[in-house]
Each structure stands twice: as structure tokens, then as C-alpha cells.
Ligand binder design. Structure first.
Ligand code: GTP
Ligand code: MG
Length: 197
């Protein structure tokens, strides 16, 4: 897919304040600091589009971007951010659950997982939750440049094996590095395919 335009639209505190759901929508979620905003910038070819940070908890609202005036790309705040208070965590959970279950134009979400680690309970719990909610998703293993290919491959396999314990079908998965721009074409190609359906 060729990116002709990518613009920031709005940051919303809840699903009801999001833009009119008249275009296919793709959202990015995952543990805080896993690289959601960085990946969005790589996809959109604009390093300054979504705000990134070395400090976890940077993204706090539902951020809408519009690509090629045809589809929405959404940056969500991450989970597992230790410095959040219990009430902030509850607020996050409600915002995310409502958004994921009620947003009618949401085609699929991308769940980002740090490729440096073996399967983490937090990520497994989150994808299982998506299953219960019937939210379609795919997996994106990020920061592949930070370890060897063999390590990345081992962690990806271990995560899929863990899922296979309870899932009959596995979702599509991608491996990315925003440093090397790995995985960009595959994800954009996948979105293009879904947009055409
Ligand atoms: P929150 O909004 O806080 O949930 O974080 P996020 O998931 O949006 O992460 P963000 O994109 O802000 O990136 C966090 C840090 O990881 C930044 O310092 C990025 O530069 C770095 N980072 C993200 N992706 C990659 C990658 O593929 N490779 C490397 N080496 N660093 C990355
Ligand atoms: Mg972010």
C-alpha cells in the first residue's frame, strides 16, 4: 500500500467521542512501552505523527489518525504500566473494553508483544480476553532488532505454542523493527487486503 496521506484527527477519552465510524478502523494495543506509537509512525511514514517516549505510559487517550482519507489508524494507551493507580487502571480497562466491544467500524486490532521475552502472562491474559469478547486480532512481535533472529523466532514460537493450548485457530502474526523497518510492508499489505473485503 502506498501512503499518500496520514493525519492526526483527535484524542478521545472514550469510544463515544471517537470520530464518526464511517471508515474501516485498525487499532494498536499492547503493554506500555512495547512500541505501538513508533510502529504507527513507521506505517504512516511520519516519525512525528504519534508521540513516542522512552518512558512508559506516554499514550493515555484513544488517538485517531486518518490514512489516505480511507481508513483510521488508532493508537491506544498500553497495559501493564506499573505506575498507574488502581483507579487509573480501572479507568483504562473500562475505556478499552468499551472501545473494543462497541466500536462498530473496528476491523481488527494488532496486539503488540515484545519479541525479546518469552510468553508473558499479561499478554496471554489479554489475548484470551479478546477471545471472550470476540474481537478479531493479530499479533505483532516488536523490537526484533534488539535480539538475534534465533531468539526472536524462539519467543514467537513459544507464544504461539502457549496460545495453542487454548485456541483452536491461531491469529496472523508479524515481526517488526522500527529501526530496520521490518514488517511494515506485511502489515500494510494485510490492512489493504482487509480494506478490500
Ligand atoms: P506507551 O504509549 O507508553 O504505551 O508506549 P508505546 O507502546 O507507544 O511505545 P513507544 O512507541 O513510545 O516506544 C517506546 C520505546 O521503545 C521508545 O524509546 C522507542 O524508540 C522504542 N522502540 C519502539 N519500537 C522499537 C523497535 O522496533 N526497535 C527498537 N530498538 N526500539 C524501539
Ligand atoms: Mg504510545
Amino acid at each position: 500500500m502506498i501512503i499518500k496521506s496520514a493525519e492526526y484527527l483527535i484524542s478521545s477519552p472514550d469510544w463515544e467521542k471517537c470520530p464518526t465510524p464511517n471508515m474501516p478502523e485498525y487499532a494498536f494495543i499492547g503493554r506500555s512501552n512495547v512500541g505501538k506509537s513508533s510502529l504507527i509512525n513507521i506505517l504512516a511514514n511520519n516519525e512525528k505523527l504519534a508521540k513516542t517516549s522512552g518512558t512508559p505510559g506516554k499514550t493515555v487517550m484513544i488517538n485517531h489518525f486518518q490514512v489516505n482519507k480511507e481508513w483510521y489508524l488508532v493508537d491506544l494507551p498500553g497495559y501493564g504500566f506499573a505506575k498507574r493507580s488502581m483507579s487509573q487502571r480501572k479507568q483504562w480497562e473500562k475505556m478499552i473494553e468499551d472501545y473494543l466491544r462497541k466500536r462498530t467500524n473496528l476491523v481488527t486490532i494488532f496486539v503488540l508483544i515484545d519479541s525479546r521475552h518469552s510468553p508473558q502472562k499479561l499478554d496471554i491474559d489479554f489475548v484470551n480476553q479478546l477471545g471472550e469478547w470476540n474481537v478479531p486480532f493479530s499479533l505483532v512481535f516488536t523490537k526484533a532488532d534488539k535480539s538475534t533472529q534465533a531468539e526472536v523466532s524462539r519467543n514467537v514460537k513459544a507464544f504461539l505454542a502457549k496460545m495453542r493450548e487454548t485456541w483452536e485457530f491461531l491469529p496472523p502474526h508479524f515481526v517488526t523493527s522500527t529501526v530496520k523497518k521490518t514488517g511494515r510492508d506485511a502489515i500494510l499489505g494485510y490492512i489493504e487486503e482487509l480494506n478490500a473485503q
